[in-house]
Design a binder for this molecule. Structure first.
Ligand code: NAP
Length: 308
C-alpha cells in the first residue's frame, strides 16, 4: 500500500467521537482527511457541512459513514458513484432493499464496501464461534437490556421510522448470533412494545429457530437502569457457554476464559485497511434480515410514552 489511506468521517456524533476518531488516530494505515457533519466539527482537518460538497470539493478520501441508518442509502450511493471506498456503521441501512442496492452499486463500481458489525470484533466472539463449531448446539438465549437514556441521550432519530428503536442495540446481539451460529435463522414470533409517542420499539422479545430446529430467543429492553446486561447463553447438551458485556467476557462451564482486551473499533479499521488493500468487500446482511423478519412477524403493543 502506498502510504496511509485518507479517510473522511461522516456524521460527527456519539460513535464517531467515542470510537471512530480515536481508532483512526491510532492506526498508521489511515490518515483523517476530512469531517462531514451539519453541526459536528473535528479540529485540524477540513470540515464540510454537506456530503455533496465534500465529494465535489474535498480531498479524495475513503468514507466512514457514521450517520443514522435512515440517511445512509443516498450517501452510500453518492460515495460509491464518486469511486470512494466505503465503510458503514451498523445497521447498514434502514431496509434490506437499500443495502442490496448499495452492495450491487459497490460491486458494479469496483469499490470496497465494508458493512461493519462492531460487536463481531468483541474478543470473546471468535473463541465462542470455535467452541460452538465443534458441538451440537441445543439452545441459544440472548438477554440485551440497557438504559436508552445513557447510551442514546437526546437522539430523536431512534424513535422515528427507520430508527430501529431497541433493535439498534439488539442488532449487535444478532450480529454475534449470526456469526457464531452460521446458517439460516427463522423468526417464529416477535412481541414489540412501542411507546405511545414513538414509532419504534422500546422492547422486543423474539423466538427463533436455527437449522436443526435449535430454539433461540432474544430479550431486548431499553428500560434497564443500574447494571446493564449484554449476554448470550449457549447450551450444547450439558455444556454451557456464556458471553457477557457484549462479547468482551467469555465463560465456559462456569469458568471465566481470558480473551484479552476489548478492541472492537481498532479491529474494524484494521479489517477495512485489509479490504481496501485487497480490493475486496465484506457485506453480511443476515442480522438486518432477522430484524426485518421480526418486524414482519411482530405483534405490536402500545406502552407508556417515552420522555428523554
Ligand atoms: P448520533 O450521536 O445521533 O450521531 C449521528 C450523527 O449523524 C449526528 O450527530 C448528525 O451529525 C449526523 N446526521 C446526519 N444526518 C442525520 C439525520 N438525518 N438525523 C440525525 N443525525 C444525522 O448517533 P450515534 O450514536 O453516533 O449513532 C450513529 C450510528 O452508529 C448508528 O447507526 C448506531 O447504531 C451506530 N452505533 C452507535 C453506538 C453508540 O454507542 N451510540 C455504538 C455503536 C454503533 P450532524 O447533525 O452534525 O450532521
Amino acid at each position: 500500500m502506498g502510504g496511509p489511506i485518507p479517510v473522511a468521517v461522516v456524521g460527527v456524533g456519539k460513535i464517531a467521537r467515542d470510537q471512530h476518531l480515536p481508532a483512526i488516530a491510532a492506526n498508521p494505515d489511515f490518515l483523517l482527511a476530512a469531517a462531514v457533519s451539519r453541526h459536528g466539527k473535528v479540529e485540524g482537518v477540513p470540515n464540510f457541512t454537506d456530503f455533496e460538497s465534500f465529494l465535489r470539493d474535498g480531498p479524495l478520501a475513503a468514507v466512514s459513514l457514521c450517520t443514522p441508518p435512515d440517511v445512509r442509502v443516498e450517501m452510500s450511493l453518492a460515495a460509491i458513484e464518486a469511486g470512494r471506498d466505503l465503510m458503514i456503521e451498523k445497521p447498514p441501512s434502514a431496509t434490506l432493499g437499500e443495502i442490496e442496492t448499495i452492495i450491487s452499486a459497490a460491486k458494479a463500481k469496483g469499490v470496497t464496501l465494508f458493512a461493519t458489525w462492531h460487536s463481531r470484533f468483541a474478543p470473546g466472539v471468535e473463541p465462542a464461534r470455535a467452541w460452538m463449531a465443534s458441538r451440537e448446539i441445543t439452545s441459544v438465549d440472548i438477554v440485551w437490556r440497557e438504559d436508552v437514556r445513557r447510551w442514546h441521550p437526546g437522539q430523536a432519530w431512534i424513535w422515528q421510522p427507520g430508527g430501529f428503536g431497541v433493535f439498534d442495540p439488539g442488532i449487535n446481539a444478532l450480529s454475534i448470533l449470526t456469526h457464531i451460529l452460521p446458517g439460516p435463522i427463522h423468526v417464529q414470533s416477535a412481541d414489540l412494545e412501542v411507546p405511545s409517542n414513538a414509532f419504534t420499539p422500546i422492547a422486543a422479545r423474539l423466538t427463533m429457530q436455527a437449522r436443526g430446529q435449535v430454539p433461540l430467543s432474544a430479550d431486548f429492553d431499553w428500560r434497564q437502569e443500574g447494571p446493564q446486561t449484554w449476554s448470550i447463553f449457549v447450551q450444547a447438551g450439558e455444556e454451557r457457554l456464556e458471553l457477557h458485556m457484549g462479547g468482551a467476557e467469555l465463560v465456559i462451564d462456569g469458568r471465566r476464559v481470558d480473551v484479552g482486551p476489548e478492541q472492537e473499533y481498532p479491529t474494524i479499521y484494521r479489517r477495512f485497511a485489509e479490504l481496501v488493500s485487497a480490493r475486496k468487500s465484506d457485506t453480511d446482511i443476515s442480522p438486518l434480515r432477522i430484524v426485518a423478519d421480526a418486524c414482519l412477524k411482530g405483534r405490536q403493543v402500545q406502552t407508556d410514552a417515552f420522555h428523554d
